[in-house]
Design a protein around this ligand. Structure first.
Ligand code: ATP
Length: 256
């Protein structure tokens, strides 16, 4: 049997004396959209940070295609194919979306091309074209040349997502990608992520509160409660899981 793309085993994480992740196992298979849900304070963001390399676990192991990456920092994980976005979009506000995309496209080229590429000042035609194509795919064409700081929250989040995708990740990790979005933007975002997934270029790990997003995208759901995995499985199994309904989903699912 093929090993999972990413495999985390027995993760533990504490803040001081407070234990936030307890013996957490999680795998991400190729092509899957794995969404982590749970009540406020359950440890979702902490798990996300540990998987993306922003924090290291107290114990446990993380493997990417069998390679131990437990203590590899986040910037190196990006180079290994783990892209991510943040809860509040991290984009360059004073640059335009086009210029932001150039940064993302060139960062990818630099990873391949080594230090000499750092000296390139003017983006070449290939990178400019690549930036324009991605901006069009992410519905940002009409705002591409405005200062990014003037964009709506939804547009900024899509730009951040576009920049992460430009890095051609094998796994894309999104921390609450639709947080704070207006409903129309949320629909746009789900549809966009769904289309990207269908292309099969990468696998997805999400944390999310919005049940429309969760059940619209997930191929697998893991439920955290007080730092422990209380269920993990296909969306329909999670939906009907009595323990999950009891601790979290009862009223949320009734309306989903
Ligand atoms: P939410 O849904 O509200 O975003 P979450 O499931 O993402 O919550 P975490 O943010 O991972 O949960 O927090 C888990 C627990 O760890 C909470 O009790 C939180 O108060 C605590 N915590 C988070 N970050 C820190 C920190 N830097 N120092 C101390 N405690 C922290």
């Amino acid at each position: 049997m093929k090993s999972p793309l990413l495999e985390a085993t027995a993760l533990e994480k504490s803040y001081g004396r407070i234990s936030v992740l307890k013996n957490v196992d999680l795998t991400i298979d190729r092509g899957e959209a794995h969404i982590v849900i749970g009540p406020n304070g359950a440890g979702k963001t902490t798990l996300f940070k540990v998987l993306s390399g922003e924090l290291f676990p107290g114990s446990g192991a993380i493997r990417l295609e069998g390679q131990d990456i437990t203590n590899v920092p986040d910037w190196q994980r990006v180079r290994m194919g783990i892209g991510r976005t943040f809860q509040s979009a991290r984009v360059f506000s004073d640059l335009t979306p086009f210029e932001n995309m150039i940064v993302a496209v060139e960062a990818r080229a630099r990873t391949r091309g080594g230090l000499l590429q750092l000296l390139s000042i003017r983006p070449n035609a290939e990178n400019r074209d690549a930036a324009r194509v991605i901006l069009r795919d992410f519905l940002l064409e009409t705002v591409a040349d405005r200062p990014t700081r003037t964009l709506s929250h939804g547009d900024k989040k899509r730009l951040e997502l576009a920049m992460a995708v430009a890095g051609k990740p094998r796994i894309l990790m999104l921390d609450e990608p639709t947080a704070g979005m207006a409903p129309a933007d949320r629909h746009k975002c789900i549809e966009l992520i769904g289309r990207l997934l269908a292309k099969g270029d990468f696998s997805l790990l999400l944390t999310e509160h919005d049940m429309e997003v969760v059940f619209g995208l997930a191929t697998r759901i893991t439920v955290l409660n007080y730092g422990e995995v209380i269920a993990s499985g296909a969306p329909q199994d999670i939906r009907s899981n009595a323990r999950v309904r009891e601790v979290y989903l009862g009223h949320e699912l009734a309306t989903a």
